[in-house]
Ligand binder design. Sequence first.
Ligand code: ADP
Length: 406
Amino acid sequence: MTATRVLVLNSGSSSLKYQLLDMRDASRLATGLVERIGEATSRLVHTPLAAGAGPRERTGPIADHDAALKAVADELAHDGLGLDSPELAAIGHRVVHGGLRFTEPTVVTDEVLTEIERLIPVAPLHNPANLTGIRTARALRPELPQVAVFDTAFHTTMPEAAARYAIDVETADAHRIRRYGFHGTSHAYVSRRAARLLGRDPSEVNVIVLHLGNGASASAVSGGRCVETSMGLTPLEGLVMGTRSGDVDPAVTFHLMRVAGMSADEVDVLLNKRSGLVGLCGDNDMREIRRRVDEGDERAALAFDVYVHRLKKYIGAYYAVLGRVDAVVFTAGVGENAAPVRSAALAGLEGLGLAVDAELNAVRSAEARLISPAGSRVAVAVVPTDEELEIARQTHELVEKANARK
Ligand code: ADP
């Protein structure tokens, strides 16, 4: 029997999200998450989709990631989907930062773990948790292939002109300071899916992908390869996000340190956690912001306008980077659901061949779809992202290739 199942793990500092997929038809067998790991009020929610049953929930202390994964394994075993099943082909791990070394999904070895560890200084919030997840899974099933799929990998094709910051080269290189980009798994999936929606091969099309979730990033993808993206050394650069500022004059940082007496850590928290939509109006949920705008709330209107202005600026910039654009594609929580964001971001861009059909834009759907008027020079699309499926696909493909070589 060939093993066709892949378990996808996304380990955060105090959470563990997972999905079990069957790659014969890319179906979901189970999904779930453990949150508040290490606290007294940990919670595991497990949904056994294959069994067609509703979510099961457990609360009570789960001390660490090891205990969390064991609890998940128990839940899966309960549905006959245990980690010791011969049908499990591999575990695919989301890893946020792969630096320049990891341009492809990679089978985890001790050496790979050391390299991911070496990248902690450039990804202090994410890589440690991702590493913990991998180590835990390896300890539980040492003989099973574990594959790391990196958020940065899709962006490693960016030309040097886009990836370099214009700062002293020696200093930048000594500290590995450059633009890496994130959300790569989503940009890869969505750009490919958009090409299919247009009935074309990814190698033939130029697309601008706008991944607008709580974190947000844009990318310019030419012939299937990323040529520019809005996040940089860290996920702070670029678009206005739920709680992150996106682009600011870097002098804001030392101004706050010198004039407001803030520490580096305090500025870090300000820009990452107390800025963006939440900093501008106190809310980071676009639904709530739109509700407030409709009620005439000026702070919410300002937040919406700043968000949309930055988005439009990036669309224009990436149009120029690509020269010819076949599609502008919206994805993630805001991009998939917030019709007013889509229409406002493209308003007035008819000269670039960009327009949104009001009726199509208003349709709510979980399907990939076009929202531009028929005959538009540039297609505008909404494509739901699916990072877990992409991680599972890349993991499965790599393991199949390795098996074929055996
Ligand atoms: P992440 O994975 O980055 O946490 P998501 O891609 O799930 O985020 O996006 C979450 C955001 O999507 C929410 O904060 C909210 O602003 C927005 N969102 C979700 N549903 C809707 C909706 N129906 N209308 C408008 N915005 C929505």
